[in-house]
Design a protein around this ligand. Structure first.
Ligand code: SF4
Length: 433
C-alpha cells in the first residue's frame, strides 16, 4: 500500500476491561473495523473512533470505565467515543451523560457498532434485552497467538453476588457446526491454540441441545489445531464423558479453570452456588486422575457478607489440601440489584483486604512450588512474544509461563523445551540438543 494511502486510513483505538470473553468479543469487533479499512492504534493515541468494551463486575470496574472514557476524550477530542458492553448495559444513562461520549451500546448492540456509527441519530443509547448471540470468534487483530472462540453467552444461574446475568441476559450458545466452522477459520488465520470461552460454558448442552463433549471431540479432530483448552467451567457441569474426550487427545491441554468462590459449605449455599465442598473436591480429584500434572485455576471471593474468620480459614485449608495452582482472588464487591447486596452483614473493607492479601501470598507460593516441581522435565511451549529482557515467553501445557533465550523468531511456534530452573512462579527453559 502507498504511504499516503496508509496515512489517510481512519484510525480506531480499542480498550477492553474484564473477562476473557470480553477480550474475545473486542477481537471480533476490532477485526470488523480492520475489514472496513480502519487501522487499529494503541489506546491513548489520537483516533477517529475509540471503542471501549466495559465490565461491571465490581464497583472498581465501573470507576475504571469512567476514567478510561475521560482518557479517550482527552486523547481524541474530535473522535467518536463508543462505550459498549456490560457497564453500558447496566448504567446507560450515567455513561451517555459523560463528556465526549457519542454512542452507548449494550451487550448485544456492540456488534452493530458499524451501523450505528454510520447513522446520524439523535439517540445515542442503544441497549435492549433481546440478547441474540453475536461474535463467535476472536481474530488476529487481537494480537494474541491464542484464539478465544466464544461458544456461549449469558447465564441462567442466580449466584447471589453476581450481576452478569442482568448484564448479559439468558444463556444461549452456538451450534457445533458453527463452532467448528469458526474453529477452521481461526486455524486458517494461523492460530495453533484455541480456548473455548463463554460466561457459563458448562451449560452448553442445555442451551444448544448438543453435547459440549461432542463439540470438544470435533474441534480436537480439526487438522492444523495443535492445542485446545476450555476457559472457566463451573464444577457442577464437568461430566465424566467430557473428561474422557479431553483425555483422549494430546491436543487437549492439562490446564483447567474451575471456580471455587468459597471453601465453606454455608457460604457456598448463601452464594447460591450449585455444588458442595465435597462435590468440588471430587471434580478436582477426577481431573488430577485424568491429567496428573494439571495446572488448575480457581476464582475465590474473600469477605462475602457474613463470612467469619473460621469460614475464611475453611477456604484457606481447602486450597492447601487441593492441587489448585493458580489462585484468582477477589474481595467481595457489592453490586446493586443482587441478592447479596441486600444482606446486612457486610464485611469491613480492611478485613476483606487482609484476607485477599493472605490468599494471594499463599497462591504465589503454591504457583512457585508447582513451577519448581517441573524443573528437569520437558514441555511443549507455545511462544507468544519477546519480553522486555529480550527473552521469548510462552506457556507450558499446564499454564506456567516460560522464558527462553533464542535469536530465532519463535512467535506462534510450538516447541519442545527442557525446563531448567524456576523463579517466582516462572520457568526458564532451553531447547533440547
Ligand atoms: S455462574 Fe454464577 S458467577 Fe458465573 S456468571 Fe452465572 S451467576 Fe455469575
Amino acid at each position: 500500500m502507498e504511504k499516503s494511502q496508509e496515512n489517510s486510513k481512519k484510525k480506531v483505538a480499542v480498550h477492553t476491561l474484564g473477562c476473557r470473553l470480553n477480550f474475545s468479543e473486542t477481537g471480533s469487533i476490532a477485526q470488523g473495523f480492520v475489514d472496513r479499512g480502519y487501522e487499529v492504534v494503541d489506546f491513548g493515541n489520537s483516533a477517529d473512533v475509540v471503542f471501549i468494551n466495559t465490565c461491571t463486575v465490581t464497583d472498581k470496574a465501573d470507576s475504571t470505565c469512567r476514567n478510561l472514557i475521560r482518557k479517550a476524550h482527552n486523547s481524541s477530542p474530535e473522535g467518536k467515543i463508543v462505550v459498549a458492553g456490560c457497564y453500558s448495559q447496566m448504567e446507560p444513562e450515567a455513561i451517555s451523560g459523560m463528556q465526549g461520549v457519542d454512542l452507548v451500546l449494550g451487550t448485544t448492540e456492540k456488534y452493530k457498532v458499524f451501523e450505528y456509527l454510520n447513522e446520524e441519530e439523535e439517540n445515542k443509547v442503544f441497549v435492549d434485552k433481546t440478547h441474540e448471540f453475536y461474535g463467535a470468534a476472536s481474530t488476529p487483530s487481537e494480537g494474541h497467538t491464542r484464539a478465544f472462540l466464544k461458544i456461549q453467552d449469558g447465564c441462567n444461574y442466580v449466584c447471589s453476588f453476581c450481576i452478569i446475568p442482568f448484564a448479559r441476559g439468558r444463556s444461549r450458545a452456538i451450534s457445533i457446526a458453527d463452532a467448528v466452522e469458526e474453529g477452521k477459520k481461526l486455524i486458517e488465520n494461523g492460530f495453533k491454540e484455541i480456548i473455548l470461552t463463554g460466561v457459563n460454558i458448562g451449560e452448553y448442552e442445555n442451551n444448544s441441545g448438543e453435547k459440549l463433549s461432542e463439540l470438544v471431540r470435533q474441534l480436537l479432530d480439526l487438522e492444523g489445531l495443535e492445542r485446545l483448552r476450555l476457559s472457566s467451567v463451573e464444577p457442577n457441569t464437568i461430566t465424566d464423558e467430557l473428561l474422557e474426550v479431553m483425555k483422549s487427545s494430546p491436543k487437549f491441554l492439562d490446564h483447567f479453570h474451575i471456580p471455587l468462590q468459597s471453601g465453606d459449605d454455608q457460604i457456598l449455599s448463601e452464594m447460591r452456588r450449585k455444588y458442595s465442598i465435597s462435590e468440588y473436591k471430587k471434580v478436582i480429584n477426577k481431573i488430577i486422575s485424568a491429567f496428573p500434572e494439571a495446572g488448575i485455576g480457581a476464582d475465590i471471593i474473600c469477605g462475602f457478607p457474613g463470612e467469619t474468620e473460621e469460614q475464611f480459614q475453611n477456604t484457606y485449608k481447602l486450597l492447601k489440601e487441593l492441587p489448585i495452582t493458580h489462585f484468582h482472588v477477589f474481595p467481595y464487591s457489592k453490586r446493586k440489584g443482587t441478592t447479596a447486596a441486600k444482606l446486612d452483614n457486610h464485611i469491613h473493607h480492611d478485613v476483606k483486604k487482609h484476607r485477599v492479601k493472605s490468599l494471594m501470598m499463599f497462591g504465589d507460593a503454591k504457583l512457585s512450588m508447582f513451577a519448581e516441581d517441573q524443573v528437569g522435565r520437558t514441555s511443549e511451549v507455545l511462544f507468544e512474544r519477546r519480553n522486555k529482557e529480550g527473552l521469548w515467553e510462552g506457556y507450558t501445557t499446564n499454564f506456567v509461563r516460560v522464558e527462553l533465550d533464542s535469536k530465532e523468531n519463535l512467535k506462534n511456534q510450538v516447541r519442545t523445551v527442557h525446563l531448567t530452573s524456576a523463579r517466582n512462579g516462572r520457568l526458564q527453559a532451553e531447547f533440547i540438543h
